[in-house]
Design a protein around this ligand. Sequence first.
Ligand SMILES: C[S@@+](CC[C@H](N)C(=O)[O-])C[C@H]1O[C@@H](n2cnc3c(N)ncnc32)[C@H](O)[C@@H]1O
Length: 212
Amino acid sequence: MSAADKFVAGQNEAAFLDLVNGGTSKPLEKRWGGMVFAGITGGAALALSVICLPFVSPALRRVCLPYVPATTSQVDNVLRALRGRSGRFVDLGSGDGRIVLSAAQAGFSPAEGVELNPWLVIYSKVQALRQGLSSKTAFHKKDLWKFSLKPYPNIVIFGVEEMMKDLEAKLEDEAEDGTHIVACRFPLPTLKPVEIIGTGLDTVWLYRHQSP
Ligand SMILES: C[S@@+](CC[C@H](N)C(=O)[O-])C[C@H]1O[C@@H](n2cnc3c(N)ncnc32)[C@H](O)[C@@H]1O
């Protein structure tokens, strides 16, 4: 029934709403309410996708290195492997920064992290600020495969098995003689470790790099 027909039929309120709202008898506030609701839910879904994408995107890479934080005993094993050492330190794929922050507390300076996920980089920087370690730490939002390892005498990696062969080649190309390398959970495939610390998933392998 058109607005004019409703008017003739005495349905004045419905006809008026039809004229005002462009052909629907729904009150204007209800239509606005629907649009605001759609806008809020759409915006929230978009924001959620933007936040989640960096956590999901490792699965789309050639080697999937997901975010799995080190356990407390894994962190302890890393520090045991590097006891007596000092100077520059880097954790490749630093996650929430827990290994970097523990290294800074143990006296490594600067202790640095390389991490692709921007949210984890921001989180790490906030944690460094809260723990008063900002001046002793640095977090780089970079791809570890494009990051030069040359300046670092202490290198830590908590990787996945599929990446260790390529990582070993990168270390052999870039690391200076005497560099201490700690691999968590998965060893380097051919280098001989000088020490193995811990058991099970928390095992770490310590290597001392020497050019052939
Ligand atoms: C297994 S987690 C280790 C986190 C941290 N090192 C720890 O032990 O708590 C690996 C981290 O590497 C990051 N990652 C994956 N691919 C990367 C890349 N190409 N460059 C830098 N970081 C990467 C992931 O986002 C993830 O936070």
